[in-house]
Design a protein around this ligand. Structure first.
Ligand SMILES: NC(=O)C1=CN([C@@H]2O[C@H](COP(=O)(O)OP(=O)(O)OC[C@H]3O[C@@H](n4cnc5c(N)ncnc54)[C@H](O)[C@@H]3O)[C@@H](O)[C@H]2O)[C@@H](O)CC1
Ligand SMILES: [K+]
Length: 527
């Protein structure tokens, strides 16, 4: 599993390693790793271009120290290396001061001055960002901002050391919000352990390809991770080939509950996805009179919600287009009282946000956290987007987005459920504090109806007997992989429509089942 660490955890690992090693060892390892990575990047570009100098921006702390150590190693390797220093020599930490002395006695060219006006007007083969790492505490100054904005406009590779400068390594938000700025790296070489903020919120747009160097530290041995990166390995144990001797009853029932008058499209999208996601039978239970059937998919069965029994064996997806009427409220209350695995989205979440009695029902569906019950006893998944999350937690959307991992943990703990906080780097949180960040997907998903599709897919997996954990991990991953595949085919991200994701999800799902399921080699056929 790919572990992710918080800054506090990294600091703990770092101080244990620093205490056990001779001075300057970690910085030497970090600088060497940066130089090696920079060489790899410039060599791959040099096949098409002549050797261009490397520009290194070195800040006031140890992030700058890593950059300066890398600078002297690149100079030693005969790479023309220019450094712009943003540090008061009298205030540098000891290791960074050592690194500066080493760089000064090597063949590095130091730029006189530290503002954009001092930067030589020339092309660079690579820019290394060693301005700030995990020690950033406030938005960069106006002078540094201008520099960051300038390098963000360059077309060469940008290698961020540890964290793109300006980004909060825990939350993935830009420090200072609209007043802040962050380096948009093509690559981020991160140290000791991978960090949550590189994979969610603004982290996705600013980190580029994330590469990890542990610097021979053992983070997992010192601090068991509480956060992970999603991938097929996280739910591979749920992937099974279908038995030939099976029937529709083998793959379960999904009941999508929603579709108030004038909003029939949302539950139909969820239901179509549930069918394409492999559920044996799919029903739509309309809050009000819905259409008679889906002419594009007549296999879907349409009912009136009041007349549908929520059997415990069915997976319920409640909320798409449901509205917030009293009638919708009562149907939701009945669903919350059922023993079915339940996915709650959209208006179901808005209704819950508005009423403590519904919140109480949701909380008590699963055994309380700390009761010793296994994670598999959790029978609810909520799939809010940031605005729905804000309503549920009585916060603003900005507050949710300022720290998505924290917000997802709050949701899971507060409602005693698995919480899937949608957005760039969807965060899946469990009541015990564990989070998993989903790295795939793209802005093609930023269109109406994709949330309905995610909830329908969750329902399909639950109907097929998947645990809530596996369904909550697999659904965002398949959703994101489908979006990536559509973009690769040239169909997005601009203008993708929710319906197009449905067959793409089916294709991706079948492919990963094929790829992951080990089948015994067939015996040669006898003729
Ligand atoms: N100590 C070591 O030997 C190691 C340090 N490492 C590197 O060190 C980094 C952490 O070093 P630091 O704790 O020194 O932190 P940083 O290098 O991230 O920066 C901290 C310094 O920047 C200042 N600062 C913060 N925000 C500022 C702003 N907006 N404008 C101007 N100054 C600002 C702080 O006052 C402090 O002086 C890691 O990200 C990593 O790159 C790693 O190489 C591992 C080894
Ligand atoms: K940096």
């Amino acid at each position: 599993m790919s572990a992710l660490y918080s800054v506090a955890e990294i600091r703990q690992v770092e101080s244990t390693a620093l205490a056990a090693l001779p001075p300057y060892t970690l910085m030497q390892r970090a600088g060497a790793a940066c130089a090696e990575q920079a060489l790899q990047l410039i060599q791959s570009c040099e096949q098409t271009r002549q050797r261009l100098p490397v520009l290194i921006l070195a800040g006031p702390g140890n992030n700058g120290g890593d950059a300066l150590e890398a600078a002297q190693l690149l100079a030693q390797a005969s790479v023309p290396t220019w450094v712009m220093l943003h540090a008061d020599r009298n205030k540098q930490p000891e290791d960074a001061r050592t690194a500066l002395q080493r760089a000064e006695s090597s063949g590095v060219t130091f730029i006189a001055g530290d503002s954009l006006a001092h930067l030589p007007e020339q092309r660079w083969g690579l820019v290394m960002d060693g301005l700030f790492g995990i020690g950033l505490t406030r938005p960069p100054s106006a002078k540094v901002r201008a520099l960051i904005e300038h390098i963000n406009g360059l077309r060469c590779p940008i290698l961020a050391i540890d964290v793109p400068s300006g980004l909060n390594a825990d939350s993935g938000s830009i420090v200072g919000g609209a007043d802040g700025v962050a380096v948009r790296a093509t690559h981020t070489l991160t140290f000791i352990g991978d960090k949550t903020g590189l994979h969610t919120c603004d982290g996705k747009d600013h980190s580029g390809t994330v590469l990890l160097r542990t610097l021979d530290t053992d983070a997992a041995g010192i601090k068991p991770a509480q956060a992970f990166l999603n991938g097929t390995a996280q739910f591979a144990s749920a992937l099974r080939p279908r038995a030939s001797n099976s029937h529709k009853g083998s793959y379960g029932d999904v009941i999508v509950v929603g579709g108030a008058r004038g909003m029939a499209g949302a539950p139909v999208l969820a239901a179509r996805t549930a069918a394409y996601g492999g559920a044996g039978r799919v029903y739509v239970a309309f809050v009000d009179d819905g259409p008679a059937y889906d002419s594009a998919h007549p296999e879907l069965m349409f009912r009136v919600a009041d007349r549908v029994e929520f059997a415990s064996s069915a997976a319920l997806v409640v909320g798409p287009g449901m509205g917030t009427s009293r009638h919708a409220h009562d149907i939701l209350a009945r669903a919350l009282e059922s023993e079915s695995n339940l996915v709650l989205d959209a208006d179901a979440l808005n209704l819950i946000a508005a009423e403590p009695a519904l919140q109480h029902k949701l909380h008590h569906r699963s055994p309380p956290h700390g009761s010793g019950a296994p994670q598999s006893a959790i029978i609810s998944i909520i799939t809010p987007h940031p605005l729905e999350a804000a309503r549920l937690l009585d916060l603003t959307t900005q507050q949710i987005q300022a720290d998505r991992p924290h917000a997802a943990r709050l949701l899971a703990r507060h409602f005693n459920t698995i919480a899937v906080l949608k957005g760039a780097g969807t965060v899946i949180a469990f009541p015990d504090g564990e989070i998993v960040i989903n790295p795939n997907g793209n802005p093609g998903l930023s269109t109406a109806g994709t949330g309905d599709i995610l909830s329908g897919l969750c329902g399909a997996l639950l109907a097929q007997g998947w645990s809530t954990r596996h369904a909550a991990l697999a659904a965002p991953w398949l959703h994101g992989a489908a979006a990536d595949q559509l973009v690769e085919q040239g169909l997005g991200p601009v203008g993708l429509t929710a319906s197009e994701f449905i067959p793409a999800i089916r294709a991706v799902f079948n492919k990963i089942i094929r790829d992951h399921v080990q089948r015994p080699a067939a015996s040669p056929q006898q003729h």
